[in-house]
Design a binder for this molecule. Sequence first.
Ligand code: HEM
Length: 424
Amino acid sequence: MPDAEADSVEDIAIGDLLALASRMYDEALNGDMISPLPQLRALREAQGPVIWGTGHDFGDLHIPPVFQRIGGARTALVTDFDDVTRVLREEDTFLQDGYADMGGDTLIHLNGAAHQRLRRLLIPTLGPRAVRDWEAQFVPDVLAGLLEPLARMERSNLLDALCNPYPVRVFRRIMDLPEADTDKVHALGVLQIAASASPEARRYAVHLADYVRLHFRARRALPIEELRERRDLISLLAMCGEGDDRLAEGEAVATLQLMVTGGVDTTANLLANALWYLLDDHRWYERVRDDRALVPRVVEETLRLQPSGGNFELRIATRDTAIQDVPIPRGTPVFTCEATANRDPKYWQDVDTFDPSRPPRQHLAFGQGPHTCIGMHLARMEVRVALNAVLDRFPSLRLDPAQPRPEIRGFMFQHPTALPVLLR
Ligand code: HEM
């Protein structure tokens, strides 16, 4: 049940709810920042591989308070690729602990055996087979619904016309929710992300749990034969597990919230960033249009430069340890920075240049180790299919010279401010 402080979302027009969600997301997580990179690089230069701070504050750099329970502790921040990889991989030494409560245990709240059990249950629900089915069943339809209206237009803003509505429409189909609820689910998901740093957003976001619980209960009430025929995500969760080891309702509800929160705007940011890179230097748009083998590499290069799932993660040191000979006492909260790790000159040349033709190399945008993103097949598929559809339909697409040149901005989640384009 929503708490007594919860604000009703039913009284707000859906357009206003989306605008409210977007404002709270940007205020809570992105501020006015263009990019935290210059400050991070200056701190790395001055302090070496381990940057020390207090709570979320590192000198002038204030990481939005998305991670809980670290208060005013002395905190460390690591920026190099090898250090970030190690912290994310070594669960025994660096424990996942700091995400805001979602009313139940989810993958991001658990470690060790409990985490492995839940991952084993959930991985097939978002695995390559499910993603292939969804791609064949409805992703082209969703894209056609968004791109066909543009065929009659000269210009558009692809952020509003495509990037923002697309992943939530796919998700709505994946979960087989009523079409009329698409924008509500989107707004609640965005509010839930902002909720970790904004009490105001939390008052609305609590309704997401009620919403997904309602639908989960309806699926669980269906006969098993019917559930087996349905291939939607909520039905897959309702069947998840065997014998005594089934997914509990609380686990399923929290997991659905996590997926809506982690799987919608991240993918929208990735698509918007990829289009921005292709259009900002139009030679890339033309080259990729004529050589589609480059599309998956555009996706990876965009993830490297803009890790659309957030620039930072948090772990807690479970024992005294050291990073590059710098002692890290037990109990220290350790931030990892994927944004700098993915631009580590040890592994990439011309680190700030967008170059999808560079030799492929593993980046850290989907994390690493036990908590690696389980939605990565879905995200990659969605963006690959969308980019191909745009390249097919709009071979002459370019940024609208009559509009201000858009820029990628943000702190936790970077994305373009707009994508004004000429469509032909
Ligand atoms: C561009 C898109 C995406 C990016 C960049 C991204 C990034 C990430 C990252 C960095 C993590 C690791 C967090 C950590 O180590 O603390 C993660 C975990 C996770 N992601 Fe994604 N994600 C994306 C899309 C998705 C989608 C589409 C879904 C689901 C539908 C999803 C669901 C999850 C879940 C459930 C976890 C937790 C895994 C665990 O803790 O075991 N993500 N994601």
